[in-house]
Design a protein around this ligand. Structure first.
Ligand code: FAD
Length: 289
């Protein structure tokens, strides 16, 4: 693989005793693939900040691979965010994913409690308070954030995060490579030079794939949905099919200039390992080895 490309794995803090027990082995197996970093979500699905910290420390102690916490700001105060960042800095963290996060609708109004309403404000705060102590990643939405009034307005809001000092962006999951290429064209026209890394969701079940896509407004192509529905009771066949779809997506993205891939691992190593093997094979074939 091209060493300039960025490959990263996203984990979430486990929420069940079984998940806690399994996680160290998942991290160990994924670390064997030598990613550039592991990122660890915060708040998504009800996890708390302590869970993010514990998972972060497991990654650091067990693997030595860079660990990158996600940080959400809506409803939070500057003092609280500074407290978290100080703790992360003490743990050796040099990079964070800065997000608004999701809270109930009432928390989104300008009069809502907390010092932040949008991710660009969090990026500005980190830059003003910590200078360049942290590399900052932000979220990007090739198919538009579901609450945005239009793609154009959403893109302007993405630009605000870049102007505030983001170093890189990770995209929401998508299955249409063209949505990513269209987003990159818009970045190009707007003079945005930061790497925008595609977020890749492996397909492991019909229900989960549909749920994730509906939750974040990603388009699941009709033919993929129909095939997954048909195969939902045949797990090996569904995994093979899903792997084919996602492998082709990754190949198309990399072949057309994507600067890396960020895998939403959903704390599962096997499907990510298979995807990784497929991609490494393709890359070495292309290079004529
Ligand atoms: C890679 C990735 C990782 C994620 N990790 C987590 C996680 O760990 N925990 C979690 O809870 N969620 C996570 N999310 C989900 C994310 O929190 C939600 O998508 C959230 O609704 C938006 O966060 P954001 O940082 O993109 O917000 P923003 O960039 O603030 O955008 C949110 C909405 O507000 C609009 N907007 C932005 N700025 C302004 C402005 N200045 N004025 C007016 N409107 C504005 C945008 O158009 C958009 O509709 C992740 C998403 C991605 C893509």
């Amino acid at each position: 693989m091209d060493s300039q490309l960025s490959f990263s794995f996203e984990l979430f803090p486990p929420r069940t005793p079984e998940g806690v027990t399994k996680l160290p082995a998942v991290i160990r197996r994924l670390a064997e693939l030598h990613p550039d970093y592991f990122s660890i979500t915060y708040g998504a699905g009800g996890s708390n900040q302590e869970g993010t910290y514990e998972t972060l420390m497991t990654v650091i102690k067990q693997t030595g691979v860079e660990a990158v916490p996600h940080l959400t700001c809506v409803g939070s105060t500057r003092a609280h965010i500074a407290c978290l960042l100080d703790r992360y800095r003490e743990a050796g963290v040099k990079r964070v994913v800065a997000l608004r996060g999701d809270l109930p609708a009432t928390a989104m109004s300008p009069s809502a409690p907390g010092d932040f309403h949008y991710a660009n404000e969090l990026v500005s705060f980190i830059r003003e308070t910590y200078g360049n102590a942290f590399k900052i990643d932000v979220a990007a939405y090739p198919e538009m954030h579901p609450q945005a009034p239009s793609p154009g307005v959403d893109f302007e809001n993405f630009c605000r995060k870049v102007e505030a000092g983001a170093d890189a962006a990770l995209t929401q999951l998508f299955f249409n490579a063209d949505a990513y290429f269209d987003f990159m064209e818009r970045c190009d026209k707007a003079g945005i030079k930061i790497p925008v890394i595609p977020g890749i969701m492996p397909i492991t079940t019909f229900d989960r794939t549909v749920r994730f896509c509906e939750g974040c407004g990603a388009d699941l192509p009709r033919w993929v949905r129909l095939r997954l529905e048909e195969l939902q009771d045949d797990k090996p066949a569904l995994l093979d099919f899903g792997l084919g779809v996602v492998t082709r997506l990754c190949e198309t993205l990399l072949r057309n200039g994507a600067p890396g891939l960020h895998f939403y691992t959903i704390n599962q190593s096997e499907v990510v390992q298979r995807l990784w093997n497929n991609l490494a094979l393709t890359t070495s074939c292309e290079q004529g080895h």
